[in-house]
Design a protein around this ligand. Structure first.
Ligand SMILES: NC(=O)c1ccc[n+]([C@@H]2O[C@H](COP(=O)([O-])OP(=O)(O)OC[C@H]3O[C@@H](n4cnc5c(N)ncnc54)[C@H](OP(=O)(O)O)[C@@H]3O)[C@@H](O)[C@H]2O)c1
Length: 319
């Protein structure tokens, strides 16, 4: 299958492209910066240099593919609303219109953050309601992207919501935690007992390949995780010790961290740069957030192939 991968130059997109190549499909990587994608291009992937803000070119590119995996996004905890809207809402509208025109199947990558209320939750299912107030601008923009996919007539679409993706090539999740610890700025938030679900990046790529072909998945929304509930701060301490970084960290109570994050966000708005901590990242690090993935197991036949422990080993090798 000829599959257009928006965000094909990014962390997840490159892993999806690698899985497609291994499966005998031909991925076209859509993005702007191809520096990290060279090995994939040498292995047979195609490149399409395009800014997703060019809506008509993006729609045309989608219309000429057999299937589209839409993984391109502004995926950050901090940023201006206009930029999130442009990258995550308007671009999704163009992708949807291109796929509607040609009938190409769309696998759209969203995020469980669209249903995150900022409070503890356990075994959340996909049909949990969207919150009245979104935990971040990013979450709100991803929710509006989901609305466009769900509301499009005649579209053959599947929405995947992978939670906290980690693995080789990640520049956001683990590297930022390690960087904070190296700088002596990392503190466990809350009692350090919070459970979270993580997803090894190759497992997400597996889910994408299943969603591209599964007849039962059309019209569905699926949370994708490793299916293991992990004590986040125990894992962070293990990773730090393995990297030779002091892991004897002094905890900050969650209300104090949230108050500090509120002040830092105000400072960030005034100075125009990303604060060290936001209320969203505080809640992500301090709250229990686990999910039920039985729907993905049932409809997609999804099985997390690589465990968190093995995924951490593979990631540490890259460090
Ligand atoms: N990482 C996670 O933990 C996580 C969790 C849940 C959901 N997700 C979702 O997974 C998807 C991939 O995330 P990621 O972690 O792989 O992010 P990433 O590494 O930052 O990749 C983002 C991709 O989007 C592309 N992109 C952004 N703006 C663009 C524009 N204007 N024109 C063309 N390309 C543009 C980037 O291309 P260039 O760099 O070439 O410009 C890059 O390929 C996103 O939809 C994200 O919301 C991620």
């Amino acid at each position: 299958m000829r599959v257009l991968v928006t965000g094909g130059t990014g962390f997840l997109g490159r892993h999806i492209a690698r899985a497609l190549l291994a499966n005998g499909d031909t991925p076209t990587l859509l993005g702007r910066d191809f520096r990290d994608a060279q090995p994939l291009l040498q292995a047979g992937a195609r490149a399409l240099a395009l800014d997703m803000r060019d809506a008509s070119a993006l729609a045309d590119a989608c219309a000429s593919a057999e299937a589209v995996c839409h993984a391109g996004a502004l995926s950050t905890a901090w940023g201006a609303w206009d930029e999130f809207y442009e990258a995550n809402v308007r671009a999704t509208a163009a992708v949807v219109s291109g796929c509607q025109r040609s009938g190409a199947r769309l696998v759209s990558i969203s995020s469980p953050s669209v249903i995150f209320t900022g409070r503890d939750h356990r075994d959340l299912m996909e049909d949990a309601p969207y919150p009245r107030r979104f935990a971040s601008r990013y979450s709100r923009s991803k929710k509006l992207g989901e609305d466009l996919v769900n509301g499009a007539r005649g579209l053959q679409a599947v929405i995947l919501r992978p939670k906290a993706i980690f693995g080789p090539g990640d520049r956001a999740l683990l590297p930022r935690i390690v960087q904070g610890a190296r700088a002596g700025r990392l503190r466990p938030i809350g009692d350090g007992q919070n459970l979270v679900d993580l997803t090894y990046v190759e497992n997400v790529a597996d889910a994408v390949l299943l969603a591209l072909r599964s007849p039962a998945a059309i019209g569905g929304t699926y949370t994708i995780t490793n299916g293991e509930h992990i004590r986040l701060w125990d894992l962070i301490r293990t990773v730090l010790r393995r990297l030779g970084i002091p892991a004897n960290l002094r905890a900050v109570p969650l209300p104090a961290a949230l108050a500090a994050a509120t002040l830092m966000e105000l400072g960030g708005h005034v100075r125009g740069h990303e604060p060290m901590l936001t209320r969203y990242s505080t809640a992500i690090l301090g709250r229990t957030q686990t999910y039920d993935i039985s729907r993905a197991r049932r409809d997609l036949g999804y099985q997390p192939r690589i465990s968190v422990a093995e995924g951490v080993e593979r990631t540490l090798r890259e460090f």
